[in-house]
Design a protein around this ligand. Structure first.
Ligand code: AKG
Length: 263
């Protein structure tokens, strides 16, 4: 699915943008169902806490900054359940970390208009650490995002650094003076694009200044051989999106939950 040029770009830059993975009709449906879910289930909040905020936000912005977040959209919307299995997307992920690919999680990050909360530079590793780098985040863009609109930013080559120690006060993030957001490259994207990066890629994003929401949804995909060592959704099996689950030593496939008969 990916060209050698795309694979080389990912290996060099630690991220890769796939253009128009979802067409306009699909994005309209995904956006519409997403808005219904947000309206019914989500109350926007200030976003990630922590000392990083004073470096990224003025006091006024800090008071006003808002983010809407929710996990596992496939439990709320059929369009999103279908999106997880998008063939071009999962084949592209398989080209980088496969052949077999398992879904680990789904997370919405919707930055509010004008004061959409930024994200400090970090790796996703501390949230769901795994034994190795065979884990990709796929950021599905429902809205166009450029620098003014709070697009993703990446530190080139950073996935080769492996797991880095994070500041754990508030939400995990990297020291702001060492991993500076101004050293990261912007990754502007259009609605329908998907941006892939490794759980070791150092990334962040700035405030959304635009007078409209910036909605993106993260699909976390892993090679099922890559064992999780802690954090979010530890021990929870995900659906297979490419190939067949292998038997992995030390990994229980407890898809039925922990039900035991009474009495
Ligand atoms: O939504 C963003 O701008 C950043 C998201 C992010 O940092 C992440 O998904 O780990």
């Amino acid at each position: 699915m990916l060209t050698q040029q795309q694979i080389d770009f990912f290996n060099e830059n630690s991220y890769l943008r796939l253009e128009a993975v979802f067409d306009q009709e699909e994005i309209a449906e995904l956006g519409d169902e997403l808005d219904q879910v947000i309206h019914t289930f989500v109350t926007p909040g200030p976003g990630w806490p922590g000392p990083w905020r004073t470096h990224y936000l003025t006091p006024d912005q800090d008071t006003k900054a808002q983010l809407a977040a929710i996990h596992e959209l496939q439990h709320y919307s059929a369009a999103w359940a279908r999106a997880i299995l998008n063939r071009r997307l999962v084949k592209s992920v398989a080209d980088l970390i496969g052949p077999d690919v398992e879904l680990h999680h789904v997370t919405l990050h919707a930055k509010a208009p004008s004061f959409g909360t930024p994200f400090p530079m970090h790796q996703d590793m501390p949230f769901f650490p795994h034994e190795n780098g065979a884990f990709l985040d796929a950021i599905v863009h429902i809205d166009d995002a450029d620098e003014e609109g709070g697009c993703l930013k990446f530190l080139k080559g950073s996935h080769r650094l492996g797991p880095l120690p994070h500041i754990l006060e508030g939400a995990p993030h990297l020291p702001v003076d060492v991993y500076r957001i101004q050293d990261a490259v912007d990754c502007p994207a259009k609605a329908g694009d998907v941006v892939l990066f490794s759980l070791h890629t150092v990334h962040g994003s700035a405030l959304n200044h635009k007078p409209r929401w910036r909605r993106v949804v993260r699909f976390g995909y892993r090679n099922p051989h890559n064992r999780q060592t802690g954090g979010q959704a530890m021990g929870r099996p995900g659906i297979m999106v490419n190939g067949v689950r292998p038997q992995v030593e030390g990994v229980a496939v407890d898809v039925y939950g922990n039900w035991t008969p009474k009495g």
